[in-house]
Design a protein around this ligand. Structure first.
Ligand code: UDX
Length: 452
């Protein structure tokens, strides 16, 4: 039986550890945060992710999943160690590898046998090779070997458990047969399920992760730019996306126009690959343009709101209700959420802002202290809309489908609805009560109530 160690209990580490334990491996997850480890050992997940807490509790009950702060214990008891710590963006856009190297040093210090060390975090090209070199040096004069591999994670937040149980592909970058064999054992279930596997070298595997995320970001920025143009020329962006997506070579996925992409991956990874390009004398113009277009998209959304509701020439004295803070639904993650820039933009123009989000409120109150006292947190969407001049839907939470438009509209000062996700674009009912602004088409509709 293979013993698995996972260093880091963020999104990637936690989900990965929980899923491997459900396959019967004995998994130990390590983190430096004592409080988090204590809670995890009691079966509480620090993040909201559908299905994760159940998986954690089942692993703990069966005894296949444990959590510790003891690096020595996890290094020495594991045959394979996954490095799954954060690689956040530094001010200059490059990836901060402080946590990665802390973990690698601990591995080097405590290693007591042959191990396979797997880079699971998103790491700039060359990092796994450097880890291999560092551990090789540390182990000189000992009988032990550290076989390094890169095995990027492609899970999406909100679908992390199901993505891990049935991934689109498994990419393994490794030079040694030992590492390949170990990862084939760990992913035996996926091999049996006929999940596509790609075996390649360390550098290529690292690049695949950045290439995939950057490409998806480019796709989103592309459709967002066309959405802005469509609003000017009378075209409908959703039909454009459908028409484009009918071509297999393009595919309909990730062509959903919106307020700009956010989250812990796309903003960070696009910056990081541009930085890697620069350090290697290659400007990545396409990715840079996607980043710039994403920033433009957020400020355009603020201008759009301003133009539509500043009937007296200003946003001062207007109250705007923001529905949804998280960067996407089914997560409590607000990192790089476009809602933040849009709220800041509206506040900057003098609007009063009320907010409600099914999951992101606690995080916003904790992580956006600069907004404290400047925005009003509300208990539900109806309270948020009360006496507002407009609703701005920032995240497409399913629960918003259940609201009564009439009730909402009657409680507001003016009935304007900005649907930044085109969630209700096909919904006639909302147009009976609201002047409705989707993204990427001019069909505003009008509010019957306003017309009466
Ligand atoms: C992404 C990748 O999809 C995943 O493979 C990788 O492992 C991590 O990064 P995630 O950040 O969880 O996953 O979210 P994703 O669903 O990809 O959405 C990212 C952002 O793009 C969100 O803000 C989302 O709203 C936005 N988006 C996505 C769009 O605006 N339009 C789309 O068509 C798709």
């Amino acid at each position: 039986m293979v013993n698995v160690g996972v260093m880091g209990t963020g999104y990637v580490g936690l989900v990965h550890g929980a899923v491997l334990s459900s396959y019967g491996f004995r998994v130990t997850c390590m983190d430096v945060d004592e409080h988090k480890i204590e809670r995890l050992n009691q079966g509480f997940s620090p993040i909201y992710e559908p299905g994760l807490e159940e998986l954690l509790q089942s692993g703990i009950r069966k005894g296949t999943l444990t959590f510790t702060t003891n690096a020595q214990q996890v290094v020495q008891s594991s045959d394979v160690l996954f490095i799954a710590v954060g690689t956040p963006a530094k001010e200059d856009g490059s990836a901060d590898l402080t946590y990665v190297w802390e973990v690698v040093q601990q591995i080097g210090k405590y290693i007591n046998g042959n191990k396979v060390i797997v880079s699971k975090s998103t790491m700039p090209v060359g990092t796994s090779r450097n880890i291999e070199g560092y551990l090789g040096n540390m182990l000189k004069g000992t009988p032990y070997q550290a076989h390094v591999a890169s095995n990027p994670e492609f899970l999406r937040q909100g679908k992390a458990v199901s993505d891990s149980l049935s991934p689109s592909r498994v990419v393994i970058g490794a030079d040694s047969e030992e590492a390949v064999q170990m990862l084939k054992t760990v992913y035996a279930t996926h091999l049996e399920q006929d999940v596509p596997f790609l075996f390649t070298n360390l550098e290529t595997s690292e690049m695949i992760k950045y290439a995939s995320n950057s490409f998806l970001a480019v796709k989103i920025s592309f459709i967002n730019e066309l959405a802005l143009l469509s609003e000017k020329v009378g075209a409908r962006i959703q039909d454009i996306a459908t028409g484009m997506g009918m071509d297999d070579r393009i595919s309909p996925h990730f062509l959903q126009a919106g307020p700009g992409y956010g989250g812990s991956c796309f903003p960070k990874d696009t910056q990081a690959i541009v930085d890697v390009g620069r350090k290697n004398g290659e400007e990545l113009y396409v990715v840079r343009a996607a980043i710039a277009a994403n920033e433009k998209q957020k400020s355009k959304m603020v201008s759009k709101i301003e133009e539509a509701i500043s009937f007296d020439g200003t946003l001062k004295g207007k109250t705007i209700a923001i529905w949804g803070l998280t960067f996407k639904p089914d997560t409590d993650d607000i990192r790089y959420a476009p809602s933040y820039d849009i709220i800041q933009g509206l506040l900057g123009k003098g609007a009063a802002v009320k907010v409600y989000c099914p999951q992101g409120m606690k995080q916003a109150a904790r992580d956006w202290p600069e907004l404290s006292g400047r925005i009003q947190y509300c208990g539900n969407e109806a309270e948020c809309a009360q006496q507002a001049d407009a609703i701005v839907l920032m995240t497409e939470w399913e629960q918003f489908r259940g609201v009564s438009w009439e009730r909402m509209a009657r409680s507001m000062r003016r009935n304007v609805f900005f649907d930044m996700r085109n969630m209700f674009a096909g919904d006639i009912a909302i147009r009976n009560w609201f002047q409705y602004y989707p993204v990427g088409s001019m069909e505003h509709g009008y509010s019957l109530r306003e017309a009466q």
